[in-house]
Design a protein around this ligand. Structure first.
Ligand code: FAD
Length: 423
């Protein structure tokens, strides 16, 4: 027990209302002694971008974070994938099936439109705690331990804790890392990608009817490139992605896409419906662009005093492992667990130290593994290349480490919290 238990609510500011911030808010607002407020820089709480895949482990983490998570995912239009089918996309072995990952899994992978997932995560939150048009500019530590957070509009709030869920180029991360922030900033992961969401029937006609006889995620592995398609929005929409190896990342991360550029990227795939079809779908959108993938190569800490970082602010990863959102869900599970034991603002430092100790090694493991998975999925992993016989054993174990005994993990969180409190 804390010797300074308080009956006034503990004021928590979550900076950023993306999937990580919304999940955490949905988790923490249920704890009675917390006053949770969410501050989002954009004029509305909204998600850009296409779909997101949630493997069974990510769904399990969401289930530990918030009640009725299955209903939430169903309301968000999640589509269950029979497997992730990986196939060779170019060259002599084109068309050869490498593996059906997660086939017959107890919790099959789900695909969701990002905007729908965010909408459902925010749905139970009162509008009075969601503040749009609030771009955080600075955090100041006060003598009494509280924090003053100042926004671009000139307003300031006083709170007991700040949790930065403000994405890959996070301001809160800069505060937490201080002088070391530049050294540990996100940098190119070595790949780019572009995505589009198109109506189901259009995708079926363009990519080939045979790929729609069952709800599957397809990943096509070719020479230095990868094409993926899967189904979202209650089977009304299809996401199509082209990714490729990137030798040099352009300034501003943005690559303008033309037919000529994509034909060159997929030159070994042309004449096959999948290569030609993916190019058609990607180009059939306003101002098509690709983006360099960035990730965090290292992060010395996720917390400083009563400030911590979660989601992409803490551990931005390339998408190859399909695990970024699952990691944000695990962040929420650990913070929920420790905050259930926080009785006064004095306990927050220990809570954030416990969170950092548990979450940081795992976040980094996902980031590093994801980059390696990207090399395999673009046919460029050393000693593997595009050889089916070598790809199978190389890919087989890459997702196993994501499985976590969450009950045991929560116990560890409480133990670490008690240890740090006693120091
Ligand atoms: C191309 C791509 C594909 C992916 N696919 C998958 C996948 O299939 N499965 C998966 O699990 N993960 C995937 N990921 C990872 C996943 O998308 C991210 O991990 C996740 O969306 C991160 O959410 P976030 O809330 O941490 O960050 P963000 O979504 O970036 O949200 C941050 C929020 O903070 C706000 N903000 C920023 N600065 C401030 C400020 N100063 N003040 C207030 N608010 C601020 C922003 O406006 C934004 O709303 C993918 C990532 C990429 C790039």
């Amino acid at each position: 027990m804390s010797d300074t238990t308080t009956t006034t609510p503990i004021r928590i500011a979550i900076i950023g209302g993306g999937i990580a911030g919304a999940t955490l808010a949905n988790t923490l607002f249920r704890i009675p002694n917390l006053d949770v407020q969410v501050f989002e820089a954009a004029p509305t709480f909204s998600e850009r971008g296409a779909a997101v895949g949630l493997a069974g482990d990510a769904q399990a983490a969401l289930n530990h974070a918030i009640p009725s998570s299955k209903e939430l995912l169903a309301k968000a239009g999640a589509v269950s994938m029979n497997s992730t089918r990986l196939i060779i996309g170019s060259g002599l072995q084109a068309g050869t099936i490498i593996a059906d990952l997660h086939e017959n899994a107890e919790n099959p992978g789900l695909i969701l439109h990002r905007a729908s997932l965010l909408r459902e995560l925010l749905a139970p939150l009162s509008e009075s705690i969601l503040h749009a048009n609030k771009k955080l500019e600075s955090i100041k530590e006060n003598k009494d331990g509280s924090l003053s957070i100042t926004f671009k509009d000139g307003t300031t709030n006083q709170v007991d804790a700040v949790i930065g869920a403000d994405g890959i180029f996070s301001s809160v991360r800069n505060h937490v890392l201080g002088d070391a922030a530049a050294e540990h900033a996100a940098s190119p992961a070595g790949f780019w990608d572009c995505r589009v969401m198109v109506p189901y029937e259009k995708a079926k006609t363009t990519l080939g009817e045979e790929y729609f006889d069952q709800d599957r995620q397809y990943g096509w592995i070719g020479d230095q490139a990868f094409v993926m398609h899967d189904i979202a929005e209650s089977r009304t929409m299809v996401q199509c992605v082209i990714s490729a190896v990137e030798k040099e990342s352009p300034e501003g991360r943005k690559i303008k896409l033309t037919r000529e550029y994509l034909n060159e990227v997929l030159k070994g795939w042309l004449g096959r419906t999948i290569g030609d079809g993916a190019i058609e779908l990607i180009l059939d959108q306003e101002d098509p662009h690709a983006y360099s993938q960035y990730d965090h190569k290292s992060t010395p800490t996720y917390s400083k005093g009563r400030v911590c970082i979660i989601g992409d602010a803490a551990h931005a990863t390339s998408p190859w492992q399909g695990a970024g959102v699952g990691q944000a869900f695990e962040d929420a599970v650990v913070l929920k667990t420790v905050f259930e034991h926080v009785l006064s603002p004095h306990d927050i430092v220990a809570a954030f130290k416990a969170y950092d100790a548990l979450r940081r090694p795992r976040g980094q493991q996902v980031i590093d593994s994801s980059r390696g998975t990207g090399l395999i999925l673009t046919g460029t992993a050393e000693g593997v290349g595009l050889e089916v016989a070598k790809m199978r054993p190389a890919l087989g174990p890459r997702w196993a480490f994501l499985h976590l005994d969450l009950d045991e993990y929560k116990k560890q969180a409480v133990e670490k919290f008690e240890d740090f409190k006693g120091q």
